[in-house]
Each structure stands twice: as structure tokens, then as C-alpha cells.
Ligand binder design. Structure first.
Ligand code: FMN
Length: 319
């Protein structure tokens, strides 16, 4: 691979995956920036404790950005103030692309792709609540015959956003299909602010194709799951590592995250070590073990995991 040496890489926000334990692994393997999963501004504004847990960080993490979703300017301003007062994050990001009904129903996420004026108002509200850079993660439009990107760019620039991250797929495509690099190139040309690209980057070839659009950085999502060393590989660094050793590091991070939550939220119900490991690691484990011999039996065991020792026993059997 021929690394350019210039381009920066970030870990995408992935709900249910990008907790502090996984983010730290990605930072260690070279991610220049990582994102929390989307955090509900309404949840923060209404004092939801589980929402606050999503903003826990761990020592040794690299720079972390916090992503918020919502549709109410007061809640976003409040949340921006709350989040930046933690002193843990380097950037606040507005989610204007998530197609999940739970999010779009409240007028947030992908609903915002159709409403640049609203995006403008929400970014301005966030900026009132923080001195941190505020960025926008969005899509080109709701569907291929309805490109809203130029209005969204204008909304972001006039609101004073610091960067725009484009998941270069339309909302109608969800997370699959063509990544519209032509639109990404045009965005780079038109924008006065840094543009980051996202969508489908999984190896050197896909990274180079996106880099050719002139983006300042590339955000990697699913290809980093069970594969945080992708960041080293994309940078042309030594990415050799044992997947099981990476998994063990990941698990140690989850246990540390549980301790941090129990310390910082003594009045909340934080799951036991067994509960935390089986909940937080469940979906990751399937990915770490994908393609291993005896897949059907492994899947059956992974599906019934309830304790840390069960996880360790499966890891032991695979080492
Ligand atoms: C399981 C899952 C969870 C996601 N959660 C979020 C999220 O919390 N916030 C967000 O902006 N995008 C979210 N996304 C979208 C990703 O950040 C990213 O834009 C998308 O996966 C495309 O990048 P990729 O092709 O590199 O995976 C999620 C995607 C997936 C598959």
C-alpha cells in the first residue's frame, strides 16, 4: 500500500459498538480521531442516566468527538454545554443522517437531510453551548433524485461549523450500495471548510479511491469492527497482530469501562462484570470469531453467553 502520509483517519460513530473500550483500541492502532455513538440530546436534557453513560471515556484514549442527535435547538444547546463541561471531548458532532425510525420519528438524524434550515438552527444552537469545534455528519440527500448537499453545506458554513463529514450514500440506500465519490469530490471543491468522507472504506483500494476526491480525512465504520488494526494498515504501518490478542485487549477495556462507570455513577445500576462483558461484547464476539472452524457450534455458544468466564473459555478454545 502507498500511504499518502497526509490524510487523517477517524472511527465512525457506530451505535452499540463504539464505546470507550473499542475506541481506545482503534486509537492505539492509529485512528486519529474516534466518535462516541450518537447521544440523545433529549435524553441529556431530561437527565437520563443511561444516556450519560455513553459519554464515559477511558485513560489512554486518543482524541474523542461526541456525537449528538436531536431536533430541538434548546436541547442541543443544553447538551453541547453539558458535554463540553466534561472536558473529555475535542469536537461535538451533529448527526444528520441516521435512518433508524427511533431517531427519524423525533425529526432527528436522516429527517434533517431534508431540512437544511433546521440543520442550520441546530448547529447554531450547539455553537451557543460550546467553544469546541462543531461539525456535521450528513448524507447527500434523501434519495438519488433529491440532492440536498449544497443547501446542507451552506447551512453548515453559515452556522459556523468547523467541518462536514459526508456519508456519501443517500438515506434511501441506508448503509449499502454505491458510495457517491463524485458528489464527495464536488463537495471538496465547493466547501470552504475541511471535508471528511465516509462510506465503504475497507482496504487500501477503497481508501485510495476516497482519498482521490481530495478529502481531508476518511471515516471508517464497519470495516474497523473486530479489525481495529485497519487504521495501521491504511496508514501503511505494521498491522500484524493476533486477532485473539486484540480481543483480549478489547475485553480488558470493557472491564475497565465498567469500573469507571461504577466509580463515576455510584447511584446508578451498572451491570456486573459478567453482565457488562456479555452485553458489550456480544455483537463484537461474533465478528472476532467469524470464519473460524466450527462456526455453527461457536455461534450457538456465543448466543448463550452470560458470564466473563464463558467468554474466556471460548477464547481459550480458539487461541
Ligand atoms: C450498527 C451501526 C450503527 C451506526 N450508528 C451510527 C451512529 O450512532 N451515528 C452515526 O452518525 N452513524 C451511525 N452509523 C453509520 C456509520 O457511522 C457510517 O456512516 C456507515 O456505517 C457507513 O460507513 P462504513 O461503510 O465505513 O461502515 C451506524 C452504522 C451501523 C452499521
Amino acid at each position: 500500500m502507498q500511504p499518502s502520509g497526509q490524510i487523517r483517519y477517524s472511527l465512525a460513530p457506530l451505535a452499540g459498538f463504539t464505546d470507550a473500550a473499542f475506541r481506545r483500541l482503534c486509537s492505539r492502532f492509529g485512528a486519529d480521531l474516534t466518535y462516541t455513538e450518537m447521544v440523545s440530546a433529549a435524553g441529556l436534557a431530561h437527565g437520563s442516566r443511561p444516556t450519560r453513560h455513553l459519554m464515559e471515556t477511558l485513560p489512554g484514549e486518543g482524541p474523542v468527538a461526541c456525537q449528538l442527535f436531536g431536533s430541538n435547538p434548546d436541547e442541543l444547546e443544553f447538551s453541547a454545554r453539558e458535554v463540553s463541561s466534561l472536558g473529555r471531548f475535542v469536537e461535538l458532532n451533529l448527526n444528520a443522517g441516521c435512518p433508524v425510525p427511533k431517531v427519524t420519528r423525533e425529526g432527528a438524524g436522516a429527517t434533517l437531510v431534508k431540512d437544511p434550515a433546521k440543520v442550520h438552527g441546530l448547529l447554531k444552537a450547539m455553537k451557543r453551548g460550546t467553544d469546541l469545534p462543531v461539525t456535521l455528519k450528513t448524507r447527500p440527500g434523501p434519495k438519488p433524485d433529491k440532492v440536498m448537499l449544497w443547501e446542507l453545506l451552506d447551512a453548515a458554513e453559515t452556522a459556523g461549523a468547523s467541518a462536514i463529514i459526508l456519508h456519501a450514500r443517500f438515506t434511501s440506500q441506508n448503509h449499502g450500495g454505491e458510495v457517491h465519490l463524485d458528489l464527495l469530490s464536488e463537495l471538496v471543491e465547493r466547501a470552504k471548510m475541511p471535508v471528511w468522507g465516509n462510506g465503504g472504506v475497507k482496504d487500501a483500494a477503497t481508501a485510495r479511491a476516497m482519498e482521490a476526491t481530495g478529502v481531508a480525512g476518511i471515516m471508517v465504520g464497519r470495516a474497523a469492527l473486530a479489525n481495529p488494526q485497519i487504521f495501521a494498515a491504511l496508514k501503511g504501518e505494521n498491522a500484524e497482530c493476533d486477532r485473539i490478542e486484540t480481543l483480549k485487549d478489547h475485553l480488558a477495556g470493557v472491564i475497565e469501562l465498567r469500573e469507571a462507570l461504577a466509580r463515576d455513577f455510584p447511584d446508578d445500576h451498572i451491570p456486573s462484570v459478567d453482565g457488562m462483558c456479555s452485553i458489550q461484547m456480544h455483537t463484537h464476539l461474533f465478528r472476532y470469531f467469524a470464519g473460524r472452524p466450527g462456526a455453527a457450534e461457536l455461534r450457538r455458544r456465543l448466543n448463550s453467553i452470560r458470564t466473563l468466564s464463558e467468554i474466556l473459555s471460548i477464547i481459550g478454545g480458539q487461541s
